[in-house]
Design a protein around this ligand. Structure first.
Ligand code: FE2
Length: 366
């Protein structure tokens, strides 16, 4: 048993619990289950927050998260977005993560709390690290299950430590190519004036134009966006004839976790390829049935990544994935450095909220 779990053995409020179907990775449960003890409920949220702060001060959750990658909390007195906000602050992570370049539909519903994603329930999301396509990503993710749908809607998680082991075992040449060449991703952002920005749900002005003023000329707007891309994301802008923007990101596909020396995949390869395939956009001009463009991720030298590897990546991801069996009120704490998440389709009403934070971990080159 991990050292940090001894902090929990004599805890009057919470205890470990077995999560059915949890995976064992290098001897550790993935994810770790922690629940409020029967008959020993917190008197209210303030109690739960104070209890959490005391454990955070001891570094308990940093240690547990490093060992397990994800922790599922059950039975907490959290009912609203504001409750979640107070609870997440009790972990004392350095600061909230500011999203740069949102390309999803999210609504802010509380202090540093947003809806997870508002795309229709039938749409599957493939495994990805949050903002894994970007040089600016959160270290810590909280997911809160506010409402569980009638069917489906479990959040799939996988450990990238396990993914790395499997990829290395089955496709060592693919891993070697990815490490040596890195990858280049390309994302499409229409201009705000273009009607397709309504269909797609985002545009370059709203995603990157934080400094744009109403009086700015067209050229000034563009140069401000280029500045944000360069300074915040180390990305390049390629302007298109129709006024759209291609954001080009050249990044490593694997990184080394500084605290453990572990090499892990960190990218959005599966997420981009899966969506591209589902939307019938595998071939030029890569326009999908949803009206959006889904450009392939290439190796860093511009050469294409063979589809057989991407197909196998999706298969392996499903083989090693764990579906979080949400119960209303559950909170999952996820280390974005070593865990990828996805989204299962659902039937009925579902409310999943997220809170993104800068963590205490860092990456170093492989
Ligand atoms: Fe995500």
């Amino acid at each position: 048993m991990a050292i940090a779990t001894t902090d929990l053995v004599s805890d009057p409020y919470i205890e470990l619990f077995e999560i059915p179907e949890a995976r064992k990775i290098r001897g550790e449960s993935f994810p770790l289950g922690i629940k409020v003890k029967d008959g020993a409920p917190f008197k209210g949220l303030t109690d739960a927050v104070a209890h959490r702060e005391a454990l955070a001060d001891k570094g308990t959750f940093n240690t547990l998260l490093r060992l397990h990658g994800a922790i599922l909390f059950r039975g907490l007195p959290i009912k609203t977005a504001e409750d979640l906000s107070s609870f997440t602050k009790a972990f004392k992570y350095p600061q909230p993560h500011q999203e740069v370049g949102l390309s999803g539909k999210r609504t802010t519903v509380g202090d540093n709390v947003k809806t997870a994603n508002e795309e229709p329930p039938n749409i599957k999301f493939y495994y990805h690290n949050e903002y894994g396509r970007s040089a600016h990503f959160p270290g810590i993710l909280f997911f809160y299950s506010q409402q569980v749908p009638e069917q489906g809607g479990q959040t799939p998680l996988l450990s990238t430590i396990e993914l790395y082991d499997k990829l290395l075992e089955e496709t060592p040449e693919f891993v070697a190519d990815l490490i040596e060449k890195g990858i280049t991703g390309r994302q499409y952002y229409p201009s705000k004036e273009d009607l397709e920005s309504k269909t797609i749900g985002w545009n370059w002005q709203d995603s990157y134009g934080f400094d744009i003023l109403p009086k700015d000329s067209f050229e000034t707007k563009r140069s401000k966006v280029e500045h944000v891309l360069k300074t915040r994301l180390q990305a390049d802008a390629e302007w298109q004839e129709n006024g759209a923007l291609h954001v080009v990101q050249r990044l490593p596909a694997f990184r080394r976790v500084a605290s453990t020396n572990q090499v892990v995949p960190f990218n959005g390869l599966g997420g981009v390829y899966g969506r591209q395939r589902d939307k019938g956009a595998l071939d030029p001009p890569y326009k999908g049935t949803d009206g959006n463009y889904h450009f392939p991720t290439t190796y860093g030298d511009g050469s294409s990544i063979p589809r057989k590897y991407l197909e196998r990546l999706l298969e392996i991801s499903d083989e090693i994935g764990f579906l979080v069996p949400w119960v209303e009120g559950d909170v999952a704490l996820v280390d974005n450095y070593t865990v990828q998440h996805a989204r299962s389709p659902w039937v009925g009403n579902r409310s999943l909220l997220v809170s993104l934070w800068e963590g205490n971990e860092e990456f170093v080159p492989v």
